[in-house]
Design a protein around this ligand. Structure first.
Ligand code: IPE
Ligand code: IPE
Ligand code: MG
Length: 251
């Protein structure tokens, strides 16, 4: 079955987010070190970005490294940072040619200096592109992001820029890392784990969740298409009742 043909182009998720999980287990299955799995995860990212651009997805977000992942063995962390830096160097020219904008969310200050520099250059180079916005979550966790947002808002209150009772959802959204990115419509997690592991807790309030047993290094465009076809079969109600027009009085 050609899954791509089953995708309704008029009902595409605007923003697809991915928790790329299972690299270590993929490597272990092959009698290799975990790092082998991370290396092989890059091709999965490449194929996913290409596929998303082809069908017209606007925002794609990859959870690449969490705040908690810093606790992993030093060698794994260092290799991951190295892989990430090299991947950005290697992939940015092609991303740029294809009109892809690269951006990052998370505690970027905590990344190694060379990685931060490479990332900054890639973001600057692609800043004017708008065909597809690819966001990489690095040293990111939702709780970190939320605490950070609270600090920013508290500072504005202390400086008398805003008053506490003027704080609303928009104030909060604007203080998040994702201020300029719409909430994900679809969140995909690979590797069979049924959890969100501190990812975009605020933003996924009404996101459709999709879990696949496929380990990240095996993830390819057909898996993305499968998730989108599944997404398009669902009815999103946002707390309303099916097909009932939004009550403008309450909207
Ligand atoms: C995902 O794969 C990559 C990162 C979290 C950086 P894992 O490294 O978590 O692989 P598993 O889940 O242990 O198999
Ligand atoms: C989530 O995967 C983080 C990333 C994919 C970057 P983890 O492997 O770190 O999550 P847990 O430990 O299984 O919850
Ligand atoms: Mg994992």
């Amino acid at each position: 079955m050609d899954l791509k043909q089953h995708i309704n182009k008029n009902k595409l998720p605007r923003h697809v987010a991915l928790i790329m999980d299972g690299n270590g287990r993929w490597a272990k299955q092959r009698g290799q070190e975990r790092i082998f799995g991370h290396e092989n995860g890059i091709e999965a990212v490449r194929d996913t970005v290409k596929a998303a651009a082809e069908i017209g997805i606007k925002y794609l977000t990859f959870f690449a490294f969490s705040t908690e992942n810093w606790c992993r063995p030093l060698r794994e962390v260092e290799t991951l940072m190295d892989l990430l830096t090299r991947a950005i160097v290697n992939e940015t020219p092609e991303l740029n040619e294809n009109g892809v904008r690269l951006q990052a969310i998370g505690d970027l200050e905590s990344l190694p200096l060379n990685c931060r520099e490479i990332l900054r250059e890639a973001m600057e180079l692609t800043a004017k592109n708008d065909k597809l916005i690819v966001t990489v979550a690095l040293s990111y966790s939702a709780r970190w992001e939320i605490v950070n947002a609270v600090q920013k808002i508290a500072q504005k209150v202390a400086d008398r820029i805003i008053s506490p009772d003027a704080i609303d959802e928009t104030t909060f959204i604007n203080a998040l890392e994702t201020a300029k990115i719409p909430d994900p419509d679809l969140l995909i997690r690979t590797s069979g784990e049924l959890r969100v592991s501190n990812f975009m807790l605020w933003q996924i309030a009404y996101t459709e969740l999709y879990f696949t047993p496929v380990y990240w290094p095996d993830f390819r465009r057909r898996h993305l298409y499968q998730a989108i076809v599944d997404f398009q079969r669902r009815e999103r109600r946002f707390g309303n009742v099916e097909t009932h027009p939004v009550n403008t009085k309450n909207a």
